[in-house]
Design a protein around this ligand. Structure first.
Ligand code: ASP
Length: 354
C-alpha cells in the first residue's frame, strides 16, 4: 500500500525527534516533468534535490509514500481509516506525525482523524501547498519544514501540540475548526470560530491557552469505522420541494447536515417543514449547520428556526460543515441507537465545537 523511505538528515542517535511523514499526494508533491511537459508526483527519494534544507534538521524522518498518490478531491473515508491505522501501527516508535495532503479536502480529513484518534497525545500535523515543491515560488518548503518543527516541538519532555492540526502559511489551526477558504492566495485555511494555535514568524509563538491539554495515563484508541449514509443539504432561496424531497428520500439515509442561513434559519414554507418533520419521524437525524463561516447556530432565536428546534433538529452550534459531516459519519459508526448518536452530536468530542 505504501513505500517507506528513511530521509538522510543531520540527526544522529540523539536526535530531537523521530517523525513519521505520510505522503498522500496533493499539489505539494509535484515537480515539473520535462518529458511530459506537466506536473507529476514527486518521488521522495529525490527529496535532497528538491528540499536540501531537510538535511540540516536534527530529526529522524521516515516518509511513507502512498503507492497511489491522490489529488485530495479523490479522498474517501476508507483512506481516513487507513491513515488512522498507520498512525496506530507506528504510534509507539514515533514522536509525531506529519501528513502531506492536498488542500482541497484537508479540512475534512483533519476533522475525521480528530475523531478516529481518541486519546491522541502526540502531534498529527496536516500540511500541503498551493504551489508544487518544484516551483520557484513554492510555499511547500516553508509549510513542510515548519510543520516538521511544530511536530518536533516539546516542552518539559512533552509535545507542545497533542492534537490533529493543519499548518499552513504561517498559522497552526485546530484541524476540525479549519476550512479551506482560498484557492489562489497562499493563506488557504482559516478557522473563524477558534483562535490560531500558533503563528510562525521568526519564532513559532504558541497560543498555549487554546491548545488541547496533554493527557497523561491514556492510551490511544483508534476507531476504524465510519458510516457514509449521510448527506449535506445546502439551502438556497428558491430550493424546490422536489430537491428537498429527493434528498431526504435517499435509500438508507441516516443523517443530514442541513446548511441553513445565518444563526440556523430555514424557510417556514409548509412543504419544507413537512418533509423535515417526516424525516425526523422516520429516524433520520438532522444537524443544523450555518452557511456562515463565523458565529453559531442558535435555534429558536428567530421565528425561522423555532420550529426546527421544536421538532428535534439538532443544533450544530459553531461547527464547520467539514467537521459536522465527518462527525455524523463517526457517530453513526459508533451506535445504531439514535439517542446515542444524538448525544454524540450534541457534545464536543475532539474540541470541534464550543
Ligand atoms: N487539487 C489539489 C488537492 O487537493 C490541490 C492542492 O493540493 O492544493 O489534492
Amino acid at each position: 500500500m505504501y513505500q517507506s523511505i528513511h530521509i538522510k538528515t543531520k540527526a544522529n542517535s540523539k536526535h530531537e525527534a523521530k517523525i513519521l511523514v505520510i505522503y498522500t499526494g496533493g499539489t505539494l508533491g509535484m515537480v515539473y516533468d520535462p518529458v511530459s511537459d506537466g506536473l507529476v508526483p514527486f518521488d521522495f527519494a529525490q527529496i535532497p534535490d528538491n528540499l536540501p534544507e531537510m538535511g540540516r534538521l536534527d530529526y529522524d524522518i521516515t516518509v511513507l509514500t502512498f503507492d497511489k498518490l491522490l489529488d485530495s478531491s479523490n479522498m474517501r473515508p476508507v483512506i481516513w481509516v487507513q491513515l488512522a491505522e498507520i498512525i496506530e501501527q507506528h504510534y509507539e516508535q514515533y514522536d509525531s506525525f506529519v501528513i502531506l495532503h492536498g488542500t482541497d479536502t484537508m479540512a475534512y480529513s483533519a476533522s475525521a482523524l480528530s475523531y478516529l484518534l481518541e486519546n491522541l497525545n502526540k502531534p498529527v500535523i496536516f500540511t500541503g501547498a498551493q504551489l508544487p515543491i518544484g516551483a520557484a515560488r513554492t510555499d511547500a518548503k516553508e509549510n513542510f519544514i515548519t510543520a516538521l518543527e511544530i511536530a518536533a516541538a516539546k516542552q518539559n519532555n512533552r509535545p507542545i501540540v497533542s492534537e490533529v492540526c493543519i499548518y499552513f502559511n504561517s498559522v497552526l489551526l485546530r484541524g476540525n475548526r479549519a476550512r479551506k477558504h482560498e484557492s489562489v492566495q497562499f493563506n488557504a485555511f482559516e478557522s473563524e470560530n477558534y483562535p490560531v494555535l500558533a503563528e510562525a514568524g521568526v519564532r513559532i509563538e504558541y497560543n498555549y491557552p487554546f491548545l488541547r491539554h496533554y493527557k497523561s495515563n491514556v492510551s490511544l484508541k483508534v476507531h476504524k469505522h465510519l458510516d457514509e449514509n449521510v448527506v449535506i443539504l445546502k439551502l438556497f432561496p428558491g430550493i424546490s420541494e422536489q430537491v428537498v424531497r429527493s434528498v431526504l428520500a435517499i435509500e438508507n439515509l441516516k443523517g443530514v447536515v442541513l446548511e441553513t442561513y445565518g444563526a440556523g434559519n430555514a424557510p417556514t414554507d409548509e412543504w419544507f417543514l413537512k418533509h423535515i418533520k417526516a424525516s425526523l419521524d422516520k429516524g433520520i437525524v438532522i444537524y443544523n449547520i450555518s452557511q456562515c463561516n463565523g458565529g453559531r447556530v442558535t435555534q429558536g432565536r428567530y421565528h425561522t428556526s423555532h420550529y426546527l428546534q421544536e421538532i428535534g433538529v439538532i443544533s450544530g452550534a459553531d461547527l464547520t460543515t467539514e467537521a459536522a459531516i465527518t462527525k455524523m459519519m463517526f457517530a453513526f459508526a459508533q451506535s445504531n441507537d439514535i439517542a446515542t448518536v444524538k448525544a454524540i452530536l450534541k457534545q464536543p468530542i475532539a474540541g470541534e465545537m464550543s
